[in-house]
Design a protein around this ligand. Structure first.
Ligand SMILES: [Zn+2]
Length: 170
């Protein structure tokens, strides 16, 4: 690793420490040329495989962009969106896979987004699941109602099962 201070071509690792529950490793490095120290972070590259087969690095910024669009005009603040994106990334990284289909990324967004704002969830789900009829919306809304009933304790087993089938991830 090149020294960021003097551009010397090599550096020595003086300390390695796991962070974020072992998700990444921080290394303290020392430059043999100028003696300065700097830190590097190493983490596994997570690739998202798109439908076309093309892969791209996972991007939390992209998640935030998609969710922000779905939340337009809704009483959802930026902090909540950032937190959701963080949750999604944690869910995906927890799977421990080096590659993840873009479909699974969308799936990981649906659960937390439903908890955040039901209208935004419907918008996102309608694009993500390619809703093409009113019936699709009706079915999704019925699922939301069933989940709400289940939360209130007045629901039946069907409601919980339907909510699970809709891709709840937490
Ligand atoms: Zn140096």
């Amino acid at each position: 690793m090149r020294c960021p201070y003097c551009r010397h071509a090599d550096s020595r690792v003086v300390d390695s420490r796991e962070a974020d529950d072992g998700q990444l490793i921080r290394r303290r490095r020392s430059c043999p040329e100028c003696g300065k120290r700097f830190t590097t972070v190493e983490e596994a590259v997570l690739a998202v495989v798109k439908r076309s087969g093309v892969t791209e690095p996972f991007s939390r910024i992209k998640i935030i962009g998609g969710v922000r669009k779905a939340c337009q005009g809704r009483p959802v603040d930026e902090d909540s969106i950032a937190l959701l994106a963080q949750k999604v990334e944690e869910t995906i990284r927890a799977k421990g896979a080096a590659e993840i289909p873009s479909h699974d990324v969308g799936l990981a967004i649906l659960g937390p987004l439903r908890d955040l704002d039901e209208v935004a969830y419907l918008r996102f789900a309608s694009v993500y699941r390619s809703f093409d009829s009113l019936a699709d919306f009706e079915r999704e809304i019925e699922t939301l109602r069933a989940a709400a009933r289940a939360r209130e304790g007045a629901g039946d087993g069907d409601g919980v099962a339907a909510a699970g089938a809709a891709g709840r991830t937490n």
